[in-house]
Design a protein around this ligand. Structure first.
Ligand code: TXA
Ligand code: MG
Length: 354
């Protein structure tokens, strides 16, 4: 199939482009579109065969459920049942925005959006183009991140095409996505709220509304994953082997430099994912080393925005290994740690302070 691309001004989306995309969605087709987190690969959330096409296009296993995106609150009551008060409080505080709520699933919602579970994940995105598309389509839209399964998520239309060209009907190109990491997935079906995936809305912000919220992402090796959607350890993976360094920044920089020197001495092509503050570790290198600067280490929004693009950029340069360090665990640091840990498939190098 030919994948069409329509470039759309997100603030003032062209009505004809929206109508085109909305018709494709209502006819059971696949449309990739930007949200404030990452690009989504959308299909009508009430159409089981359209949803099946998402799994096929992404090469995603059937046990990993999909988030339903909505434009207004009334759609929440169509998709979910027995909605707890906490969900209303959180929707009030964070919607539209980067928070996904896992709730009990209403009978009208197809099994395969939820991979057969009796729950459904729902999010109201804030991106103006996503909102305009959802309104035009007039149906809830099931959308996972618009990347091939286990690859880094797509934060530009070019990333979407890198993975899905020829496999989907349309890409709405609304420019790079502003947050750059996915939404926070919060399970509200148990006794207390549990964050299954840290993301764009921080744990601290959730706890300001619901203090009993806890963070409990799980990391499973490939074969243990049948009952744990989205919790595969290998995820967001570039082709290169990622090494994740953790510890005090100065000590980490010294250790990364010695690992880099060892890799280079072995003739390996190494790439670095750095904060601006880490650039000093390149001092005195004989040859240029492939590197991407994510941003200043204090500005985790900037680091998050660049993360997936930088991973993909290093991959395109064909490096064998990517060296990166952590950015703490507070605020967006928790989401960054989660994505880096999965990209590294658990290859963590803990550096002690000298
Ligand atoms: O920011 C985002 O959330 C993006 C944009 C497009 O909205 N979407 C996204 O979708 O990241 P995806 O499919 O790549 O990740 C959705 C996560 C997965 O970890 C999935 O397992 C989890 O949400 N999820 C979806 N439905 C669930 C459910 N019913 N119960 C538990 N987890 C669920
Ligand atoms: Mg994804």
């Amino acid at each position: 199939m030919d994948t069409r691309v329509l470039t759309v001004n997100p603030e003032h989306p062209d009505a004809a482009a929206l109508a085109d995309a909305a018709r494709i969605l209502r006819d059971g087709g696949l449309v990739a579109f930007p949200t404030e987190t990452v690009y989504g690969l959308g299909a009508n959330a009430l159409d089981a065969s359209a949803l099946a096409r998402i799994y096929e296009a992404k090469r995603r296993p059937a046990n990993d459920p999909i988030i339903a995106h909505i434009a207004h609150r009334a759609q929440l009551d169509e998709l979910a049942r027995d909605i707890p008060r906490a969900a209303r409080q959180l929707a009030e505080a964070f919607w539209p925005g980067a928070l996904t709520l896992v709730l009990k699933r209403a009978p009208c919602v197809p099994d395969n959006i939820a991979a057969g579970r009796d729950t459904v994940a729902v999010r109201m995105p804030a991106h103006p183009l996503a909102r305009a598309l959802l309104l035009a389509a007039d149906v809830p839209v099931g959308a996972p991140s618009a990347n091939t399964f286990t690859r880094p998520s797509a934060t530009t239309a070019a990333h979407v095409l890198e993975d899905l060209d020829g496999r989907i009907d349309l890409v709405l190109d609304g420019g790079p996505t502003p947050i750059g990491v996915e939404s926070t997935v919060l399970d509200l079906t148990g006794d207390t709220p549990v964050v299954l995936r840290p993301g764009g809305v921080t744990l601290e912000a959730l706890q300001a509304v619901l203090p009993e919220t806890t963070l409990a992402p799980r990391y499973l090796a490939e074969d243990g994953a049948t009952d744990a959607p989205g919790q595969l350890l290998k995820h967001y993976s570039p082709l290169a082997r990622v090494l994740l360094f953790t510890g005090a920044p100065a000590a980490v920089r010294a250790r990364m430099r010695s690992e880099l020197d060892a890799l280079v001495a072995d003739g390996a092509a190494a790439g670095l994912l750095l904060a601006e503050e880490d650039l000093v570790m390149l001092d005195g290198l004989d040859a240029a080393v492939a590197h991407e600067v994510l941003g200043c280490e204090q500005d985790l929004s900037a680091v998050s925005r660049r993360l997936f693009d930088a991973l993909r950029a290093l991959d395109r340069r064909g490096v064998d290994a990517i060296l990166v360090r952590d950015f703490g665990r507070s605020g967006l640091g928790a989401a960054l740690w989660d994505r880096l840990l999965r990209a590294a498939e658990g290859r963590i190098i803990a550096v002690d302070d000298p």
